[in-house]
Design a protein around this ligand. Structure first.
Ligand code: SAM
Length: 308
């Protein structure tokens, strides 16, 4: 199994503008690629709080930073960011917050996690296997309309009706408990093939996003970010598909504009001023990074700076 190669690493470090004595939060530790690079730029006064909802990521963090007093490790979902940052007494004092969302390579590559159609495993897909229901459990009970809605909304799958009907018909004969079973059901329905894309790609993406409540996790974390950051603090978000990127782009735009009712007026009260400065331009991986790490092809980094 390969380790996780951090994407847009140099660009993210430049965007975070790490101060040696600053306080940083990496809310998506994964295997710590970004976290390690942040730590290299911190001196003994600097602090890094890392989070992940995946117990394996947290075990890796504990192992990697056992002797580093600058690091605090918390297993939690980033929708609970405020509570975690409050517990550290860092509200309004965070110099940089990183969300590198989506799945890590180890999650994708371990068949037993059930994220991938490339190898057979239990149809689980939970980033935190200790909470919520697995994809198999949900597919066993959801009705055809619910399944179709998830495939359409989170996978932008055009054949959502045919696939959801096929899933419900198949489970009447045999429970769908493995990734190979699901990939097979979808492959039989999708007869027109796209080059370089498995026919079940969108279905797996949709189920993963739904099972892990990924879009509302992101929206909730973004809403909390403003009051956690120090003036001048940076919010850096790396996303991997357009559904996520749209949320990030809209959030940063909306919160870098003066409240519309005050726009154009001479004396704008503090409460109507935007949270962020105008967002930086989106950053994508260059050809060299894409060649070494094909996963970076779809990555987009967006950065916003808390108004001073
Ligand atoms: C793309 S990986 C991060 C990789 C990391 N930057 C590195 O360099 O190793 C995404 C990580 O975020 C975690 N994650 C995704 N959504 C999360 C959420 N809502 N709360 C906490 N962790 C989450 C996943 O479990 C995964 O480990």
């Amino acid at each position: 199994m390969s380790d996780h190669q951090p994407v847009l690493l140099h660009e993210t470090l430049a965007a975070l503008a790490v101060k040696p004595g600053g306080r940083y939060v990496d809310a998506t530790y994964g295997r710590g690629g970004h976290a390690r690079a942040i730590l290299e730029r911190l001196d003994e006064r600097g602090r890094l709080l890392v989070m992940d909802r995946d117990p394996q990521a947290i075990a890796a963090a504990r192992c990697n930073h056992a002797d580093d007093a600058r690091v605090t490790i918390v297993k939690d979902a980033f929708a609970n960011l405020t509570a975690v940052v409050e517990a550290a007494d860092w509200c309004g004092r965070v110099d940089g917050l990183l969300l590198d969302i989506g799945v890590s390579s180890p999650q994708l590559e371990q068949p037993e996690r059930g994220f991938s159609f490339q190898s057979d495993g239990p149809l689980d897909m939970r980033m935190d296997p200790d909470s919520g229901q697995s994809a198999a459990d949900w597919l066993a009970h959801a009705d055809v309309v619910e399944i179709g809605n998830v495939l359409r909304r989170f996978g932008e799958e055009r054949s959502y009706k045919r696939i959801s009907r096929a899933i419900v018909a198949a489970r009447d004969h045999q429970a769908i408990t493995t990734t190979a079973q699901l990939a097979d059901i979808v492959s039989k329905v999708i007869t027109v093939r796209e080059s370089h894309r498995h026919p079940a790609t969108r279905v797996f993406q949709a189920l993963r996003i739904f099972i892990n409540d990924e879009l509302s996790q992101l929206e909730t974390a973004l809403k909390q970010s403003g009051k956690l950051l120090a003036p001048g603090g940076r919010l850096c978000v790396i996303s991997f598909h357009s559904l996520e990127d749209r949320i990030v782009k809209r959030f940063m735009r909306r919160h870098s504009l003066v409240d519309p009712i005050w726009r154009g007026l001479p004396d704008i009260p503090e409460s109507a001023l935007p949270l962020f400065e105008r967002p930086h331009t989106a950053v994508r991986a260059g050809a060299e990074e894409i060649e070494h790490n094909p996963r970076s092809r779809s990555a987009v980094l967006r950065v916003a700076e808390r108004r001073a």
